[in-house]
Design a protein around this ligand. Sequence first.
Ligand code: VAH
Length: 317
Amino acid sequence: MKKILVIGSVGQIGSELTLELRKIYGNDHVVAAGRKTKPSEKLLNSGPFEVVEVTDIDSIRSVVEKHNIDAIINMAAILSATGEENPSLAWNVNMNGLYNCLEVARKYEMKQVLVPSSIAVFGPETPRINTPQETILKPTTMYGVTKVSGELLGDYYVRRYGLDVRGLRYPGIISYETLPGGGTTDYAVAIYYDAVKYGKYTCFVKEDTRLPMMYMPDCLKATIDLMQADFANLKHHCDFNVGAMAFSVGEMVDSIRKFIPGFKIEYKPDHRQNIADSWPDSVDDTAARKEWGWEPKYDLDAMTEDMLTNIRKKLNV
Ligand code: VAH
C-alpha cells in the first residue's frame, strides 16, 4: 500500500489511526478525509486532508484520482445510539457509504479495503460468554444490521472480485484524544472525564452492565496488525472477533477509586441500556490470534491510570 485514504478520519478511531499510519507510511502517504466537521490541528498539520461525503461516490472517486489512492480505510459510521434515533441515516452512511468505497476500490483495482465491524453484530440470541467467531447474528439495532450486512458485503467482494477486504469486530473503544459520538459505550469514556473534572459521574447504564472493551493503543495495534497480515493466512476477512478486556461499570468504578478514592457514581439507565443488554459480555478471538497473531496489551487498571493521567494533562488540571 503506497497511498492510503482514511475516510472518517475526524472520528474517535479514525483520528488516531490516521496519525499512527502516518508514522508508519509517511505523512504524505496517508490522506485524511472527513465531512465538513473541523479536523484537529494535529491532523491538518501532519498531512493531506480532503472533504469527502462517503454517501457521494463521486467525492470518493475524485480524491482517489487526485492522490492516486491504492487502499481505503472506511471509518465513517453512524453508531448504535444515534442509529436508533435516525435508522435511515445509519443505513445510508453505513451501507451506501461502504458500497461506494467497495465499488471505487474494485474499479481502481486497489490493494486493500478495511471495513470495521463491531460486537454490535451480536444480539440477544447470541451466546453471551466468550461469544464464538461463528455464531448467531441477529442484532436488534440498525447499526448492528448495517455491521452484519457490511461483513457480508465485504466478504462478497473478496469472493466475487478477489478484492482484499478486511474487518474486525471492535468492542467498545476507550480513548482520551477524540471524544466518541452517538455510541452506547460512550459512558466508558465519559466516566473518566467526569472523574477528573467533577469527581463524580451519572452513568446511563446499570452498575452490572458488562461489555467487551479495548483501550485505543490496542485498537490501533489490532487494526494495523490486521492490515499488514499476509492475505494468504486469512481464513476470515471482514468479521474477526477481537477481545482485550471485559468489565462491568462497577469494576470500572473500583478501578477509578484506586486513583481517585472519593470518586462518586450514580446510575440513571436510559434507552441505551436495552442496546447494551443485547451485546455479549466477552468474545472468543482465537481466529484473530491464530490468523494474524492478535495479542492485546492493556488491562483495566493500566488503562485507567493512563486515561486519568492524559485527561488531566489535556484539561490542564
Ligand atoms: C457504539 N462504540 O457504542 C460503538 C461500538 C461496540 C460499540 O460499536 O455504538
